[in-house]
Design a protein around this ligand. Structure first.
Ligand code: GRF
Length: 202
């Protein structure tokens, strides 16, 4: 049987990482199919983009629903599409332990810092305030914590004296767009294992 190489992409905003995954698939660099793009926000720029490129897209508003109610709908939608991987790409909601346990080792996230440094929000400003000389981005499995799952891939971006949060964010974003497609390909190829916290090649 053909291996499942379908991915679902979850977004809340701009969707540039989603776009980078689409580009990588369309250029043949990433061997995957996008089953669905899901946004929790109707006004997410990325949803317009997904539609204009002909991808199946679904808006699943979270407003007015409890986390449990919202996630129940989200899980049903995802199961219907049966993706091998769920790629969070600027998805601004924390997922419950129940959600994470429904898709074990199937949820990936991209984060704009070198984890475990600077989890959470406003991380470029956090890196500048701390004074680190290098930041970057991390693709990791999503676990029950905040940006705490096993690390799949990282790229380093040097910080320069002239940087502010915006300039740093835009240089990191360039690396994010390259890294995410590579990490998704690596995980879909299934030639890896997790030893302790280490994601290593077989
Ligand atoms: C990216 O910096 C990503 O690392 C973080 O949120 C941002 C989303 O940007 N999780 P985009 O929506 O992919 O353009």
């Amino acid at each position: 049987m053909e291996q499942n190489r379908k991915i679902a992409i979850l977004i809340s905003g701009r969707g540039s990482n989603m776009q980078a995954l689409m580009d990588a698939i369309e250029s043949g660099e990433l061997n995957a199919q996008i089953a669905v793009v899901i946004s929790n926000r109707a006004d997410a720029q990325g949803i317009q983009l997904a539609k204009s490129r002909g991808y199946t897209s679904v808006i699943m508003p979270s407003r007015g629903l409890s986390r449990q109610e919202h996630e129940k709908l989200l899980i049903a939608e995802l199961k219907w599409h049966n993706p091998a991987l769920i790629c969070l790409a600027g998805y601004m909601r924390l997922l419950s332990p129940e959600f994470v346990q429904t898709f074990p080792q199937q949820i990936l996230n991209i984060h704009p810092s070198l984890l475990p440094a600077f989890p959470g929000l406003d991380v470029q400003q956090q890196a500048l305030d701390y004074g680190v000389k290098y930041s970057g981005c991390t693709v990791h499995f999503v676990d029950e914590g905040c940006d705490s799952g096993a690390i799949i891939a990282q790229s380093v971006v040097p910080i320069v004296d002239e940087d502010n949060a915006q300039t740093l964010a835009s240089r990191i974003l360039v690396e994010e767009h390259k890294l995410y497609a590579k990490a998704v390909q690596f995980i879909l190829d299934r030639n890896w294992q997790i030893v302790g916290r280490r994601v290593i090649k077989n």
